[in-house]
Design a protein around this ligand. Structure first.
Ligand SMILES: [Fe+2]
Length: 288
């Protein structure tokens, strides 16, 4: 078997392990958790068998394995949403699993960055949001501290929600350019894909200090908009729904790109998950 395919299959097994660990640490009911873990186990066993066979695999076999992994991940997401899994009680937010292995976005984003970014930085926003919510809603915080905890909620909450979108906005299997409905909407609102790409890149480059470039659907205007956010919560466009977000905090690129933010931005376009952006656009358009 080709080394490239071998390491790809090993990556999938590794991702399966990480997802199982993340499921085990979550607050899912035990019966559901076992069901998803069993599905992941079966999927990993299939991959192990293919690795042992040591023969060349067809691209159809590869696609089937890839699709099954994606299907399990999407089923877990859908199940959580249908069971009211989107309703997180105050103070009980959890770090969501990555939809791919930590090294899956290489060479564009290194494994070291992804590990630190997800496990340390994103976790700190989850913890900060839980703390702020506990103070605001579950305790009788003193009046003079309200302003502080509201600010903490805005900073950490926006940090948690934006990172949760950011991970899903990326994929190792990017189409490289927008397709379908999002492409039509980009053409309509920005005059073309290259025009949008240039505007969004400039927005990302222009962020002072730390922040994000964001493509939003604005229901009140029935169109897209590009906005930059400073930190996580400043200069947001009220009532806009984020579809595509790019983290330009230094923690997102410094270990690999040092101060060259523009190179990071250029490379990032290679890993955008346009299918995810399309799904977000469809869901956003249902909200009036
Ligand atoms: Fe970040």
């Amino acid at each position: 078997m080709d080394d490239k395919w071998k390491s790809y299959l090993e990556d999938l097994i590794y991702w399966g392990e990480e997802t199982k660990e993340s499921l085990s640490a979550s607050s899912l009911p035990e019966s559901e958790m076992k069901q998803w873990i069993n599905q992941l186990d079966d999927w990993q066993l299939k991959i192990q068998d293919l690795l042992h066979e040591q023969r060349e695999l067809t691209s159809k076999e590869m696609d089937e394995i890839n699709e099954e992994g994606k299907r399990i991940f999407q089923d877990i997401k859908k199940w959580k949403a249908n069971m009211g899994g989107n309703e997180v009680p105050f103070g009980e937010h959890e770090l969501p699993p990555l939809p791919y292995a930590y090294h899956a976005l290489e060479p564009y984003i290194s494994e070291d960055i992804m590990r630190l970014h997800h496990l340390v930085h994103h976790q700190s926003y989850v913890d900060g949001l839980n703390k702020a919510e506990n103070e605001l809603y579950n305790k009788n915080s003193t009046d003079h501290m309200i302003k502080h905890w509201l600010r903490e909620q805005a900073f950490n909450g926006s940090g948690h929600y934006l990172h949760s979108i950011f991970w899903e906005n990326m994929t190792p299997d990017s189409s490289g350019k927008p397709e379908g409905e999002i492409l039509q909407q980009i053409d309509k609102d920005f005059g073309g894909w290259q025009e949008f790409k240039s505007l969004f890149s400039k927005a990302a480059s222009s962020v002072e200090g730390v922040g994000w470039a964001v493509l939003l659907w604005v229901p009140a205007s029935g169109r897209l908009a590009v906005q930059s956010f400073e930190k996580h919560q400043l200069f947001q466009l009220a009532a806009g729904i984020p579809l595509l977000v790019l983290d330009v905090w230094e923690h997102a690129y410094y270990l690999q790109y040092q101060t060259d933010r523009d190179e990071y931005i250029d490379n990032w376009w290679n890993i955008v998950n346009w299918q995810d952006v399309n799904e977000r656009l469809k869901a956003a358009k249902l909200k009036v």
